[in-house]
Every structure is written in structure tokens, then in C-alpha cells.
Design a protein around this ligand. Structure first.
Ligand SMILES: NC(=O)C1=CN([C@@H]2O[C@H](COP(=O)(O)OP(=O)(O)OC[C@H]3O[C@@H](n4cnc5c(N)ncnc54)[C@H](OP(=O)(O)O)[C@@H]3O)[C@@H](O)[C@H]2O)C=CC1
Ligand SMILES: CC(C)=CCC[C@@H](C)[C@H]1CC[C@H]2C3=C(CC[C@]12C)[C@@]1(C)CCC(=O)C[C@@H]1CC3
Length: 345
């Protein structure tokens, strides 16, 4: 019988490696001497040292060919959080994650690092310095959050020291940086349409935003600390910039950096939330006749008007985590990386 070679510990796979976070992770892994297989539904770039496998993560056979001789897997694929396609979220985040776990076990992968989200505990109300022992949201704010919860439970529950399959989850929050397809582009689009004039609430709500390189750093630390004797097996870790900032100060710094005016006029939180709820209901009721997507969804209003920042103490103690890029530096690099989004461009 042929003996299966023990996969090299420097050979890894990044599922979702064509995406924003995934690509930054791939670049850092290459810098650190790993060879990388990317598995993604699309191929968005080419890099020496990277083998691309295009496929859907619900397809176990396709996954198995990407996981050959791989000892470490990062799973950071997900549909975009802005979508409201419940079936897609369930298929990719839940069924797909079950398939990833089965494929990892069959392929002899030893470590699986999941990109979860700090929002798994967020219900639309204030969270101040939240720790990992907060219960999962009983009423998740959307299908994205609901399926991120199920996904995290599946991955952490699959950790099995006896069978040599170790898992850990990283919970970042509000990732930003060069090539982010979401935060800065949506912000600029809203500003260009003249809708970024108002501050929702009193503007004092602190929120975590995390520069993408810090998120990458947290993932690699977790992978390298994941051993049978380590306390991190089967656990979740908040990874943020550890510099909570008023939501509207962060938005204003990015806007002003790109040449747009900062929002100035205050609107009461409850009023805006009520209006957003009404608009959302209307958009659902009218969907068969007219398609319109409100900019200020109840989810965005809640994120813009409440406190949601998290403690990274556990990551500091167990992983030796410390952000490598400050918020100020992160904002400067991000603004610089979007010349085409500058006002007047
Ligand atoms: N951005 C943020 O602020 C935060 C993100 N996260 C988590 O981080 C992870 C990465 O997010 P981010 O980089 O922003 O997202 P991206 O959308 O940029 O990257 C996700 C990648 O996964 C791919 N993908 C989607 N469905 C499948 C599938 N069925 N099979 C294979 N690949 C698939 C996407 O392709 P396509 O684009 O074609 O869909 C995309 O290339 C996600 O798990 C997200 O939940 C957590 C906290 C905050
Ligand atoms: C009010 C307004 C129009 C703000 C524009 C920026 C928003 C698009 C972002 C502000 C906070 C962001 C955020 C996420 C997506 C983009 C924002 C709403 C997530 C929902 C992404 C996925 C997660 O896991 C949690 C994030 C929380 C913060």
C-alpha cells in the first residue's frame, strides 16, 4: 500500500484567496516562505509561487485536488455581506464549510484557520470591549451574520486533537485597506451621490476598524500557534486594530483624505433607523414590480450609530498578537491606494 507523505508544513491553501483579505494573506504567506494553493470561484491575479484552482467550495472533488499535500488551510471565502440572498449564504457559508471540513479531513490537512467575524455576537445594540465569551447573537442582524455563526460553530466543533485535525477561528472587524471592494468604495459612492452629509446619532459611538495587514498577521500567528498542546485549539480570537474610534471620525478621515467633505449635520439615530426599516420593507414589498436598493439599510444604520468594539486581550495572551500597522498609517495607505476614487478623479 502506498504511504501518504506527511504534507510539508510550509505548503498551505487559501480558500477565497482571490478576494480582498485572501489576496493580502497570500502575498504575506509567500513573503514568509510558504508555497500557496489558491482555491476560489474566480481567479483575479497571477503570482509566482501560487497555484490557482478555480472552483466552488461546495464541490468536494474540486477542493480535494487543491488540498493535495497541503498541511494548513485558511478558509476566507464568503459571499459579500451586503447581499440578502439567504440561499446563497446558506449554501456557501454553511454547506460549503461542511464540505471544506470533510475535504480537509480526507486530504490529511492538519490545521484549518477560519476567517469568522466579530459580528457573530452583534445584534444591532451596543457592544463595548466585547470579549470572545459573549454569546452568539440570538437575533442576528442579517443572513450573513446568521450563517457566519453557523460556520464558526462547525469549524470550532470539528477540532479533534486525537485525530490530528486542529481548528481555530479569527474574528476580525471592519477590515479596510488597499483593494477593499466594500468599505471605501461604498463610502465614496454615497458621498458622490450627496448622501454623506449627516452623522447618525451623536457621533460618539466607538467602533473597531482593522487594517487588512493586521488581520493577515492575526491569521498567520494563529496558524503558527496551532499545535495539539496549545490553548488555542477550537477557540475564537478577536483581531482588531485595538484602537476603537468614533465611527464618524473614521469615515470623515477617509472622506477628507480623498477630498470629500466630512458629514456635519446630526440626525437622531431612532428616526434614521425607523426610516431605514420602512424603506427596506417597501423595497421587499415592491420587489416584484420595481427593484431599488436603499443606501441606508437598517444594518448599515445600526453599524453606523451603535458602539461595537472588541477586546483583543485573548489574542495578545495566546498568540502574542499586537497590531503591526496603526490606524493612522492604515488610513494613510488606504487613501493613497485609491487615486481613482479621489474627488474630481
Ligand atoms: N470585509 C470585512 O470587513 C470583514 C470580512 N470578514 C470575513 O473575511 C472573509 C474575507 O472577506 P473579504 O476578503 O472582504 O471578501 P471578498 O468577497 O473580497 O473575498 C471572498 C472571496 O471568496 C470567493 N467566494 C465566494 N463564494 C465562493 C464559493 N462558493 N467558492 C469559492 N470561492 C468563493 C469570492 O468570490 P466572488 O467575489 O466572486 O464572490 C471572493 O473571491 C470572509 O469570510 C468575511 O466573512 C470578517 C469580518 C469583516
Ligand atoms: C453609513 C454608510 C453608508 C457607511 C459606509 C461604510 C459601510 C459600507 C461600512 C461601515 C462599517 C462596515 C462593516 C461591514 C461592511 C461595510 C460597512 C457596513 C461589515 C458588515 C462587513 C462584514 C463583517 O463581518 C462585519 C463588518 C462590520 C463593519
Amino acid at each position: 500500500m502506498a504511504t501518504r507523505l506527511r504534507p510539508s508544513s510550509k505548503r498551505c491553501a487559501v480558500i477565497g484567496g482571490s478576494g480582498f483579505l485572501g489576496r493580502h494573506l497570500v502575498e504575506k504567506l509567500l513573503e514568509r516562505g510558504y508555497s500557496v494553493s489558491v482555491f476560489d470561484i474566480r481567479q483575479s491575479y497571477e503570482l509566482p509561487g501560487v497555484t490557482f484552482h478555480q472552483g466552488d467550495l461546495c464541490d468536494k472533488q474540486a477542493l480535494l485536488s487543491a488540498l493535495q499535500d497541503v498541511s494548513l488551510v485558511f478558509h476566507c471565502a464568503s459571499p459579500a455581506p451586503g447581499s440578502d440572498d439567504r440561499k446563497l449564504f446558506e449554501r456557501v457559508n454553511v454547506v460549503g464549510t461542511q464540505t471544506v471540513i470533510q475535504a480537509c479531513i480526507e486530504a490529511g490537512v492538519q490545521k484549518l484557520v477560519l476567517t469568522s467575524s466579530a459580528s457573530v455576537v452583534y445584534e444591532g445594540t451596543d457592544i463595548k470591549n466585547g470579549k470572545e465569551d459573549l454569546p452568539y447573537a440570538k437575533k442576528p442582524i442579517d443572513y450573513y451574520t446568521q450563517t457566519k455563526i453557523e460556520q464558526e460553530k462547525l469549524v470550532l466543533g470539528a477540532c479533534n486533537k486525537q485525530k490530528g485535525f486542529l481548528t481555530v477561528a479569527i474574528r476580525p472587524h471592519g477590515i479596510f485597506g488597499p483593494r477593499d471592494p466594500q468599505l471605501v468604495p461604498i463610502l465614496v459612492d454615497t458621498a458622490r451621490r450627496g448622501k454623506m452629509k449627516f452623522i447618525i446619532g451623536n457621533g460618539a459611538n466607538l467602533v473597531d476598524f482593522t487594517y487588512v495587514e493586521n488581520v493577515v498577521h492575526g491569521h498567520i500567528l494563529a496558524a503558527e500557534h496551532l499545535r495539539p498542546d496549545s490553548p488555542i485549539c477550537g477557540k475564537a480570537y478577536h483581531i482588531t486594530n485595538d484602537e476603537p474610534i468614533p465611527f464618524w471620525d473614521f469615515m470623515s478621515e477617509v472622506l477628507v483624505g480623498l477630498g470629500y467633505a466630512a458629514p456635519r449635520f446630526h440626525l437622531p439615530y431612532r428616526l434614521v433607523y425607523g426610516l431605514a426599516l420602512l424603506l427596506w420593507l417597501l423595497s421587499v414589498l415592491l420587489r416584484p414590480f420595481v427593484a431599488f436598493k436603499p443606501t441606508f439599510t437598517p444594518m448599515r444604520v445600526a453599524l453606523a450609530g451603535t458602539f461595537h468594539y472588541y477586546s483583543c486581550q485573548r489574542a495578545k495572551e495566546h498568540l502574542g498578537y499586537k497590531p503591526v500597522v496603526s490606524l493612522k498609517e492604515g488610513i494613510a495607505c488606504t487613501v493613497q491606494s485609491y487615486p481613482h476614487l479621489k474627488s474630481g478623479a
